[in-house]
Design a protein around this ligand. Structure first.
Ligand code: 1YM
Length: 642
């Protein structure tokens, strides 16, 4: 064995070429070289542990972010096999870490594997894209270790001692010449690991961040699986029934579903295929929705809750207030869609559909009180939908009648090219007045809000269409609303919320964001929503150009900078802006609206679960969660323009 170390056989050359290909086109193998890809490196290794758990051999996974962004993942499974692999003539463990697999499994046989990682396939990719990788295995009473640099074997697998128990530990440092950044986001990893724990009943997963002085850590283990997941998602909501409805069937295509209705008006269905979040849905979601619609309609007819003259409840009526998680395991999943997160396998629709049909129908028969509570809600949703349709038609007629009459509170811009146009949504007459005068009329429109905004979280669609505060926003944006929203029709490429930097401003911002989130979600998803950032302070002195500061840190920095230039702090006059209204049109233009100078914050939406949770929390009656949100909100925004 040892004497062949320096020689490369045909197999080894293929290996090196394989991993070289990974390093040449990392995006093809890990998705991207942004932080997203970086986090995927961790998931690939964790997936191997989860596979081992699914096979029934592993109960415990530990993930540590070590100082310097080294990742350590350890499990208590069987340990990767150490014996020589008949085909590669090197240890199986080294094979797993150096041979790029097309997919499918190899090595020992432990039956059916369905996790996203496809059984060790990702390990060689992680190895290729790491500065170094260290693998330690406990197996057959021995402690084994091997070490790689940029995918190349530096130390082959060797026995370095004795060991009790079995398991695998992998430590790696991602390659900073490949990834844009090596800074892991603790919360991103935590969220994904919690999700993995929900999806694998009874599996214990812990994470610890040792980069900071006070290490953050968390441990997840849910005996309830998806039931716990749904309870977690609903923790701040009022439930229509105490226990989630649970459906599980382990056939050729295993399906697991948990459902719980709440009094909220939104629909939250999360779907997974082989533990991968299928954000774009697909055939499993389709089957679930069809069954839901059919079962509730059938039940309502059979129990005379829907009378002969009544028309059927529609899918959206039945999904109002639902929280559900649908998890399926598919042997050869086909992923489609823009982000490859839409399940394409057509056979899955029927399997999910017939299973939910049977199980849910039985459940409703056995739990008439739950059935009644849900159906009452569905029926009022259906009435609200009908009312909303009428209200919408009214709005449509009105806006047709007065085609050119955009809302009176809108000072439109002259350009009609949405790509260059922007609308500032401003509250208060004085701020609005300054904005109107200060703007560049060519491409900047101003929409004035007044009075108390409607909290859409506490109102149904029918209230929203007729609402005199929201209507101007709907008409100005121009893309419609709800399921009819059409992003290609929007009149402005940038919808900018401009509110004061105080609590009231934060409240308006939140109300508007909630509205966009619930009723114009593509607008956020497409990156059209922005927050303006007005300054907090102005420093001035005769003969010196005014200096604007946007945060308290800015202010400290400005003092220091000016002092360096020989301008003493006490020679400056400091104005603290309490509101936008205090700025004159020129100042507002210069500090907050001039594309050359302003700071805009783009609102992003890559985390629907979190956003839903926050909006729900926030729009409740408690004050403290709201305050927390305003701090949390910073995480969902990215600095733009500057
Ligand atoms: C921290 C990462 O990789 N655990 C892990 C991997 C494997 C096994 C156990 C395992 C699988 C099998 C048999 C089998 C892998 N083995 C292979 C291969 N943790 C981590 N734990 N014995 C052990 O599937 O038959 C690939 S991954 F291919 F060598 F079997």
């Amino acid at each position: 064995m040892e004497k062949y170390d320096h020689k490369y056989g045909a197999e080894q050359i293929q290996v090196l070429e394989g991993l070289e290909a990974v390093r040449k086109r990392p995006g093809m193998y890990i998705g991207s070289t942004s932080v997203r890809g970086l986090h995927h490196m961790v998931y690939e290794i964790v997936d191997n542990c989860v596979d081992e758990a699914l096979a029934g051999y592993c109960t415990d996974i530990k993930v540590v972010i070590e100082p310097d962004n080294v990742i350590s993942v350890e499990d208590n499974g069987r340990g990767i096999p150490v014996e020589i692999h008949p085909k590669t003539k090197i240890s199986t463990a080294e094979t797993v870490y150096t041979v790029l697999h097309a997919g499918g499994k190899f090595g020992g046989d432990s039956g059916y594997k369905v996790s996203g990682g496809l059984h060790g396939v990702g390990a060689s990719v992680v190895n290729a894209l790491s500065n170094w990788t260290e693998v330690t295995i406990r197996r057959d009473g021995g402690l084994y270790q091997m070490y790689f640099e940029k995918g190349k074997t530096v130390r082959k697998l060797e026995k370095i001692g004795e060991a009790e128990g079995t398991g695998t530990k992998v430590r790696f440092l991602a390659d900073d010449t490949i990834f844009e950044s090596l800074e892991y986001d603790y919360e991103v990893l935590e969220k994904r690991l919690r999700e993995m724990a929900f999806l694998t009943k009874g599996l214990k997963i812990s994470i610890e961040d040792k980069r900071e002085e006070n290490p953050r850590k968390a441990e997840f283990c849910y005996e309830g699986g998806l039931i716990s997941f749904v309870e977690f998602l609903n923790k701040n909501k009022e439930k229509l029934h105490k226990d989630p409805i649970y459906i599980e069937k382990n056939g050729e295509i295993p399906v697991e579903i948990a459902i719980q209705y709440t009094t909220s008006y939104s629909e939250n269905i999360y779907t997974f295929v082989n533990n991968i979040n299928t954000i774009e849905g697909g055939t499993h979601l389709e089957g679930f929705k069809r069954a839901l619609t059919k079962v509730f309609n059938d039940y309502a007819r059979a129990h005379n809750i829907l009378k002969e003259k009544d028309s059927n409840l529609q899918g959206e009526d039945i999904r109002e207030g639902i929280t559900a998680v649908v998890s399926v395991k598919v042997k050869e999943p086909q992923f489609e869609g823009q982000t490859k997160t839409k399940l394409g396998n057509s056979e899955v629709t029927g399997v999910v559909q017939s299973m939910v049909n049977d199980a849910l129908a039985t459940f409703l028969e056995e739990n008439p009180n739950v059935a009644k509570a849900i159906l009452e809600k569905c029926i009022s949703a259906s009435r609200a939908r009908e009312a909303a349709r009428k209200a919408r038609e009214l709005v449509r007629k009105k806006s047709n009648l007065e085609t050119s009459t955009l809302p009176g509170k809108l000072a439109d811009c002259s350009s009609k090219n949405p790509e260059e146009c922007e609308v500032y949504i401003v509250e208060g007459d004085s701020a609005g007045g300054s904005a109107k005068q200060g703007r560049d009329r060519e491409f900047q429109a101003i929409l004035l809000l007044w009075g108390k905004m409607l909290n859409v979280e506490k109102a149904r669609a029918d209230k929203i269409y007729g609402n005199d505060k929201l209507n101007p926003v709907i008409i100005a944006v121009g893309g419609g609303i709800g399921s009819e929203f059409d992003i290609t029709k929007i009149r402005y490429g940038k919808v900018i919320i401009m509110a004061d930097a105080d609590v009231d401003g934060a409240h308006i911002r939140t109300l508007l964001l909630t509205f966009f989130f619930r009723y114009m979600r593509p607008l956020i998803e497409n990156g059209n929503v922005y927050l303006a950032q007005p300054p907090l302070y102005k420093l001035s002195k005769k003969g010196m150009e005014d200096v604007y500061c946007y945060t308290d840190e800015d202010l400290d920095k400005a003092f220091a900078d000016l002092e360096e230039k020989g301008i003493a702090r006490d020679s400056l006059s400091i104005q603290r802006y309490k509101g936008l209204g205090e700025m004159n049109p020129e100042q507002l233009w210069e500090t907050t609206m001039d594309p050359e100078k302003r700071t805009l914050i783009k609102v992003t939406m890559d985390d629907a679960i979190k956003a839903d949770e926050i909006f729900n929390l926030l729009m409740g009656d408690e004050v403290e969660p709201r305050r927390e949100f305003i701090q949390q909100n910073a995480k969902y925004v990215k600095n733009l323009d500057i």
